[in-house]
Design a protein around this ligand. Structure first.
Ligand code: FAD
Length: 340
């Protein structure tokens, strides 16, 4: 049986980052990706300042840089401008290609390789090929086969829905808070170089997908946004964190449930968990400080979300107040710093 020191399932930001660090350290690494191409993923491609700093991305990968954001509530619209860039959009295909290019020779990448079955020290690709491992990293996203193998339940996942509209009427980076349409969550408009990402999210198992969609369509109609003939893209965001280290098996990024239950951000958490896991494999005494810091932020944001949920009778009043308050420079800066 063919065998590697580390097998990584999933070539998203988490898997590729882990592979880069392990490859640089001389480990024999196999990264398995079920799709034929590395990179494309249903995602709005929004990166906050910390991800850009972390990745040190070249300008060519960045679609747009934003130093201002429009917050919208039912009665208030506020423009926040900091005079410094704090939000970026990227195309996931370009991010994947860029990360792939950084991998060293020790890393073998196999696409069109679906992992369906896992055992303690081997796995099976495309129902036929058996490959052994010493360490396994589940970086296989919100519907993780590794998480299922570990018998870890996923109770707190969000559903995010995106439409990619042609460039045109929506040049600004906008967030919409409106309890009538989105309950405690929000909808977004993120302009990219070749399209505009418009979408919304809601908690799986709490909301009916049909009702959520009808509400979004009503909101879009109110704003003269035509969704006609635009494909609807839907995927889960796993926010149900239950640990990342399970003996010789690790969970990274969405597979670990590290995504933020309030903002939906998950790329940064995927990157840093990939790094900490790789470093733990290289040195079991490594302290996973980046995962712990990401968890602290996640829990803080999710506590804020709980407050928004509890205050449902006055939620729109709260949203109007927040939207007004973030227009005040200090409050706006503080909130953006906390959330990004
Ligand atoms: C609509 C939407 C909008 C979003 N917008 C943002 C945003 O603006 N900013 C942000 O930070 N986050 C956003 N997210 C979340 C973000 O996309 C994820 O948190 C992030 O991609 C997680 O990275 P990952 O590496 O953990 O997993 P993924 O990026 O999901 O990568 C997992 C990889 O594993 C592969 N895979 C899965 N199963 C198998 C298998 N059995 N065998 C082999 N390969 C497998 C998949 O094909 C995939 O390539 C959004 C999510 C959605 C759904």
């Amino acid at each position: 049986m063919e065998k590697y020191e580390v097998i990584i399932i999933g070539a998203g930001p988490a898997g590729l980052n882990a592979a880069k660090i392990l490859g640089e350290a001389g480990k024999s690494v196999l990264i398995l990706e079920k799709n034929a191409e590395i990179g494309p993923k249903i995602c709005a491609g929004g990166l906050t300042r910390k991800s850009i700093q972390y990745l040190n991305l070249p300008e060519s990968i960045i679609d747009y840089k934003y130093n201002e954001i429009f917050f919208n509530s039912p009665r208030v619209r506020t423009r926040i401008n900091f005079g410094e860039t704090f939000f970026y959009t990227i195309d996931r295909k370009n991010l994947g290609a860029w990360q792939l290019q950084k991998l060293g020779h020790n890393v073998t990448v196999r696409t069109s390789s679906h992992v369906g079955k896992i055992e303690k020290d081997y796995l099976i690709i495309n129902d036929q090929e058996k490959i052994g491992f010493e360490f396994l990293i589940g970086a296989d996203g919100s519907n993780s086969v590794v998480r299922r193998f570990l018998k870890i339940k996923t109770r707190l996942a969000g559903v995010a829905v995106q439409y990619k509209l042609p460039l045109g009427d929506f040049p600004d980076f906008e967030i919409f808070l409106n309890s009538k349409f989105f309950s405690s969550w929000y909808s977004w408009i993120f302009p990219h170089r070749d399209h505009i990402s418009i979408g919304y999210g809601y908690p799986q198992k709490v909301f009916s997908p049909l009702i959520a969609q009808k509400k979004f369509e009503a909101w879009a109609k109110e704003r003269n946004i035509s969704l006609e003939n635009v494909p609807r893209e839907v995927f889960l965001i796993n926010c149900d964190y239950r640990g990342w280290k399970f003996g010789n098996i690790f969970l990274a990024g969405d597979a670990a449930g590290l995504a933020d239950g309030f903002t939906g951000e998950g790329i940064y958490q995927a990157l840093v968990s990939g790094e900490d896991i790789a470093k733990t494999i290289l040195d079991p005494r490594h302290k996973a400080r980046k995962i712990h810091a990401a968890l602290r932020d996640k829990y803080l944001h999710e506590a804020m979300l709980v407050v928004v949920i509890i205050l449902w009778p006055v939620r729109n009043i709260l949203f109007n107040f927040i939207t007004w308050a973030v227009g005040k420079r200090i409050i706006g800066r503080t909130l953006i710093r906390i959330l990004t």
